[in-house]
Structure formats: C-alpha cells, structure tokens
Design a protein around this ligand. Sequence first.
Ligand code: SF4
Length: 256
Amino acid sequence: MIPSLSPESLEAWLLWQHQLQSFTFNDDFVKEINSDISEGFAEVFKKSGLFSSARIPAAPAAKNVEEPLDESLPPLEKVRIKAGKCSACRLAAKRTNMVFGEGNPNADIMFIGEGPGEDEDLSGRPFVGKAGQLLTKIIENGMKIPREQVYIANIVKCRPPANRDPMPDEAQCCIGFLKEQIKIVNPKVLILLGKVAMKNLLGIESSMSKAREMTYEYEGIKVFVTYHPSALLRNETYKRPVWEDIKKVMKYLGMM
Ligand code: SF4
C-alpha cells in the first residue's frame, strides 16, 4: 500500500526507502505511483534499475483535439477551449478547473505567474488568492489602472499538487497555450512573476535579484522580471524591489 502522502512526500519516502533497501515494485504499485511522481524522479529510479524502462511512461504528447472549433469564436476563446479539454500532463487528473487566464485581450501589459493555487483551481480564475489580491493591489494602487486592463496568465493551467512548482515536463506540455495567448494578446510588455515563469519562458535560471537588473525580449516583446507576489507575502523586504521593477515598466510605457 502506498502511504497517504503528498506527491512530494511520496517521492521523498520512495527515495528514502530505496536508500535503505533496494526493492522492485510490482505492476500495480508502479501503476499507482506513476501518476504522481515526476518525470525527473522517475528517471532517478530508471537509472537505479528499480524500474524497468518499459514501466516508465514517456511524457505524454499533447492530446489532439479532434472536434472542429467554431471558427467565428474570438482567438483566445478557441485556445481556452483547447486548454479546457487538455489532459496532456499529470496535472489534469486532479484539477477542479483549468485556469486559462483572464483580462483585456488587447492589453499592453501581461503578467505571467507559475500556476494556479487552491483558490484559483476552485474558481477557475488566475491570481485570486492572497498572492492574487496583492497583485491586484500592485496593478490598481501602484500602476493606477484597473486589473481588467491587463492580461494575467500562468505557465501551467492546472494546479500542481500542494502548490509545488510545476515540473519541467508539465511546463513543457503546457507552455504552448501560453505562447498562443501571448501571440494573440501581443502586449507591449511581459512581466514575469518569479523564477518559474522566467525559467520556462526565457530559459534563465539565475537568482531573481540578479535577473531583475536586466530587461529581456520575447518574440519582439519587452520582458521585465520581478518577484512573485507569494514571495512578497513571505518576505516583506521584496516590496521595495518589486515597486522599483513596476516603476521601470511604467516608465517604459510612459505611464509616469
Ligand atoms: S497543465 Fe496544461 S498541459 Fe497539463 S493538463 Fe493542464 S492544460 Fe494540459
């Protein structure tokens, strides 16, 4: 029996067990945990010889949606429908709602976070929990524009369990939807919130304190990076650098 643990704890428990004594899983056991462990972690087991390679599922390919879409729908709505039917990665299994993104389809500013949390999973809307409320304050009190004027999306559209970071294979599976959103909205600036967004959209893995000293470009769009609002909730000292980053964006856009 697999103990009742979060996927992260399960991974840690499996690794610990294996260090104590190597063992081989039977088919049922493997089937049960394969839906919860990360692809990277499965690789560790594969290399250890614990799993036969045949038992490690390859990262699932993006699922083709065969039903023709109504061509008269707005472009973002077509992508939303595709994402709503998506089960290309393990995150689909436990989602309550797919969280596509929301806002002005012609926004000048697009914020990109990492993935939905519990409040977002329950509501189907991005950034509505405590971190989201802080982001709304940054937009409305700091930038002095209504939240509805910007567009807000995430790297992955389904909630990672226990609010962990999306795994690389999950982000890889999902990022096509975000790229379509960016292409359609075509904002003047992208503001990447946190390291997960930075890593998956720009391929940058440096610390946020270093990365935020520079600006970047994605498909001809100016990109700014700053701390994720949830980091601000944990550490108030990030408030000043975030405000400095937001002012850089406002200056670039001629808002101040
Ligand atoms: S996270 Fe993205 S790729 Fe994974 S199931 Fe959800 S929509 Fe599909």
